[in-house]
Write a protein that binds this ligand. Structure first.
Ligand code: SAM
Length: 626
C-alpha cells in the first residue's frame, strides 16, 4: 500500500521524503527517491541537488562533482545546485574552484545571505590574475550587504579593480606618479566616473586598502580637494568617501600639503568634509551644527561615522561596568595604549543568519568568554554565530568596550555582555565557560602563562580554549622594526606613527623590512600600526616552548589552524601518521622551513587532558566558523 502510494507520488512529496532521509543519513533511501523523480523529470533541479548531496555524504567526491555539475548544466538558473557544488569544492579545499559556483548562486539568488558570507571568505584567499565582470558584480553585491566580514576581501577587490577596463580612468588617476600629474589628470569627467563606481566607493567604505601606490593616489586626491576651490563642490559625495576613508586610517596618511589654511569654523559641507580629511570632527566645537549644512546622503553618512558614533562611544565608555579595578602595572600600561587607540576599528562582521538550526540548538545555554575582546569583533561574531549562547566579553580598555557595545547594538546583537576586567581577575565574573576565545591578548600580559592559568580557572571541565599567540619566527621582522623605531625615536603617538610610516616608505624598494611592513594590513591605520610595532608589552613564542607550557598545564591541542589548505596538505604529506595535524613539534619543523607560516599568529584550540571530562566534540566542530 505504502509503496503503491509512493509510486504515484508527486516529485515534491518524494523530494520532501528524500530530504528527510538525507538528514538522517539514509543515503540509499534518499537515492531511490531521487531516481524516481529523475525517471519522471530527467532534469529536475532539486533531485540532482539532493543526489549530489547523497554522494557528498557518502564521500564519493568525484561522483558528487559529476552529479552536481550535470545538474548545473541542465539547470543553470537553479541557485541551490551551484551552492551545493561550491560547498563540495570547499569541503575538498578547492577554494579556486568554489568561487565560480558560489558566485553563480549569489548572482541568481538575492536572498542567499549565507552564500554571500561564504563568497567573502573565498575571496579572502584570492588574487585575480584576469578580469571577470561576473566577479565584479558578485563582489559589488557582497560590498552592498552590511553584514559581511568585508575586510577579508580587500586584496581580491584591489586585484580585480586593477584589471577592470571600466575603471581604467580612475586607476590612471590614482596611479599618477606625482601630484602634478594627478592634477593634470583630474578632469571633471574622470572624477565623476570614480564617484559613480559603486564598486570603488563601497570598497573604500568597507576596508583599508593595503597598498602603497593606492594609498598615495588617495593622498593626492585629498590634496586636490583641498586646493580645488569651487570644483570640489561638484564632487561632494566623492570628497565624503575620501574623508571617511581618512578617518578609517585614523589619519595615518602621509601629509605633504600645507593645511594651515583649513577654516577653523567650516560653514559649508565641502569645508566640513575637507576638514574631516585631516582631523577627527567629533571633538570640534561646532560639530553639532555640521549636520544641518546638507542632506546629501554621503555627507550625512560621513557625519554619522565621524561625529555621531564617536560621541555615542564616549557616552557608552562612561557606563561600562567594571568588574574590578585594574591593578597589575603592565595591564595599566596596556589599558592606556588601547584607551588611546582602540584596536581594531572594524566596520563589518559576518552574519548570524547563516547559522543553521542544529548549530543554534547545540549552542543553547552554552557560555562563551571572549577574553581581551578589544573592540568586540570576535565577540559580536560569536554572538551572531551562536544566537542561543551567552557571550561574555572582557577587556581592559573602556574605549574599546564602548566601540564594541555600539557595534553590538548597531547589529542588534543582544546575547553579548561587555565588561571591563583584567584577565587576571576573570574569576570575579563568577561564571565558567564551555568555550574561551582569546586572540592576540595573552602575549601582551606581563606573564602570559599567569593569564592562561587564570583562563583555565574558569573553563568548564570538558571546555575548549582557543588562543592566538605571536610566533617569534614570524615576528622577527617586526621585532627589528620595533627596535629600529625605538632607536630612531618615533613615539607611539599620531605624529610618531606618521613619521615612522614615512620613514618606512623612504627605505629602498627591495628592503625586506619595508616589504614586510607594507604588506601587512596593520600598516595602514594608526591603531593597527601602533599594535604592530609600538606595543608597550609584547612576548612571542616558539612551538616547542608552547608544547612545554601546555604539558605543564595539562592541556592538549585539539586543532592547529593552518594558514591555508596548502600548509595543512604539506603537514599531512610530511607527517601522515598524525592525521589530526596537532603535534606542535611537527609544525615546528615546517615553520622553521617557512618562517612566515604563522605570521597570522599561532591559532590553537586546546582542551584539558588531565580532567578526564569529555569534550562535546560536535559543538566544538560546529565552532569552525569562529
Ligand atoms: C591586539 S588587541 C586584540 C583584540 C581582539 N582580541 C581582536 O582580536 O580583535 C589586544 C586586546 O587585549 C586586551 N588586553 C591585553 N591585556 C589584557 C588583560 N590582562 N586583560 C584583559 N584584556 C587585555 C587589550 O586591551 C586589547 O584590547
Amino acid at each position: 500500500m505504502k509503496s503503491r502510494k509512493r509510486g504515484t507520488a508527486e516529485p515534491s512529496t518524494l523530494l520532501r521524503d528524500a530530504r528527510r532521509h538525507l538528514a538522517a543519513g539514509r543515503f540509499d533511501d534518499t537515492e531511490e527517491l531521487c531516481r524516481r523523480v529523475l525517471t519522471r523529470s530527467p532534469d529536475h533541479p532539486e533531485a540532482w541537488m539532493v543526489l549530489g548531496k547523497v554522494r557528498m555524504g557518502q564521500r564519493r567526491w568525484s561522483d558528487a562533482e559529476a552529479v552536481l555539475a550535470r545538474g548545473c548544466s541542465l539547470n543553470p538558473g537553479f541557485a541551490g545546485l551551484h551552492a551545493a557544488l561550491g560547498q563540495l569544492y570547499l569541503e575538498l579545499h578547492r577554494f579556486g574552484d568554489a568561487m565560480g559556483p558560489i558566485e553563480n548562486c549569489v548572482l541568481l539568488d538575492p536572498a542567499a545571505g549565507d552564500q554571500r558570507a561564504t563568497l567573502v571568505a573565498v575571496y579572502g584567499a584570492r588574487v585575480f590574475a584576469t578580469f571577470s565582470e561576473r566577479s565584479k558584480v558578485a563582489m559589488t553585491i557582497c560590498l552592498a550587504d552590511p553584514a559581511l566580514a568585508h575586510s577579508l576581501m580587500h586584496r581580491a577587490w584591489l586585484s580585480l579593480l586593477r584589471l577592470d577596463p571600466e575603471e581604467v580612468s580612475t586607476l590612471e588617476l590614482l596611479d599618477a606618479p606625482d601630484y602634478d600629474s594627478f592634477c593634470r589628470l583630474a578632469s571633471d569627467d574622470r572624477l565623476s566616473r570614480w564617484e559613480a563606481s559603486a564598486f570603488v566607493s563601497l570598497g573604500l567604505r568597507r576596508f583599508l586598502v593595503a597598498d602603497l601606490a593606492f594609498e598615495r593616489g588617495l593622498t593626492f586626491a585629498r590634496r586636490w580637494f583641498l586646493q580645488a576651490g569651487a570644483s570640489a563642490e561638484r564632487h561632494l559625495p566623492l570628497l565624503c568617501t575620501l574623508a571617511r576613508y581618512c578617518f578609517l586610517t585614523e589619519y595615518a596618511l602621509v601629509c605633504e600639503e600645507d593645511i594651515a589654511g583649513l577654516p577653523a569654523h567650516p560653514t559649508s559641507p565641502v569645508a566640513v568634509a575637507r576638514l574631516a580629511c585631516y582631523r577627527p570632527l567629533a571633538a570640534h566645537p561646532d560639530a553639532a551644527t555640521f549636520r544641518e549644512l546638507s542632506e546629501e546622503p554621503a555627507y550625512r553618512n560621513l557625519l554619522d561615522v565621524t561625529v555621531r558614533e564617536p560621541v555615542e562611544e564616549k557616552a557608552i565608555a562612561e557606563c561600562v561596568v567594571e568588574v574590578a579595578p585594574i591593578a597589575d602595572a603592565v595591564s595599566v600600561l596596556v589599558r592606556q595604549q588601547y584607551e588611546e587607540n582602540p584596536y581594531p576599528r572594524w566596520t563589518t562582521v559576518g552574519r548570524g543568519g547563516a547559522v543553521s538550526h542544529d548549530v543554534a540548538r547545540l549552542a543553547r545555554g552554552k557560555a562563551i568568554l571572549v577574553a581581551g575582546c578589544g573592540t568586540g569583533r570576535e565577540a559580536v561574531d560569536a554572538a551572531l554565530i551562536f544566537p542561543a549562547a551567552r557571550v561574555d566579553a572582557i577587556d581592559l580598555s573602556r574605549a574599546s568596550l564602548a566601540y564594541a557595545t555600539r557595534k553590538a547594538a548597531e547589529l542588534r546583537v543582544a546575547n553579548v555582555f561587555f565588561r571591563q576586567a583584567d584577565i587576571l581577575d576573570v574569576a570575579r565574573l563568577g561564571r565558567s565557560f564551555e568555550l574561551i576565545v582569546s586572540s592576540g591578548v595573552l602575549h601582551h600580559m606581563r606573564d602570559p602563562v599567569a593569564g592562561l592559568r587564570a583562563l583555565l580557572g574558569v573553563l568548564t571541565p570538558g571546555g575548549v580554549l582557543k588562543i592566538a599567540l605571536y610566533s617569534t619566527l614570524a615576528r622577527a621582522v617586526y621585532a627589528q622594526a620595533r627596535e629600529w623605531a625605538r632607536r630612531e625615536g618615533f613615539a607611539p603617538t599620531l605624529q610618531g606613527i606618521r613619521g615612522f610610516r614615512a620613514a618606512v616608505l623612504a627605505r629602498p624598494d627591495g628592503d625586506p623590512m619595508r616589504q614586510r611592513l607594507t604588506a601587512s594590513y596593520d600598516f595602514y591605520s594608526v591603531s593597527q600600526c601602533r599594535d604592530l610595532v609600538f606595543h608597550v608589552e609584547e612576548h612571542s613564542f616558539a612551538l616547542p616552548e608552547l608544547a612545554g607550557i601546555f604539558r605543564e598545564l595539562g592541556l592538549s591541542v585539539l586543532r592547529v589552524e593552518a594558514r591555508g589548505p596548502r600548509d595543512l596538505e604539506a603537514y599531512r604529506a610530511r607527517f601522515p601518521a598524525d592525521g589530526a595535524a596537532t603535534d606542535l613539534r611537527n609544525w615546528d619543523v615546517l615553520e622553521r622551513e617557512n618562517p612566515t607560516m604563522f605570521s597570522r599568529m599561532y591559532v590553537l584550540w586546546l582542551f584539558r587532558s588531565d580532567g578526564g571530562a569529555r569534550i562535546d566534540v560536535e559543538w566544538i566542530r560546529r565552532t569552525d566558523r569562529m
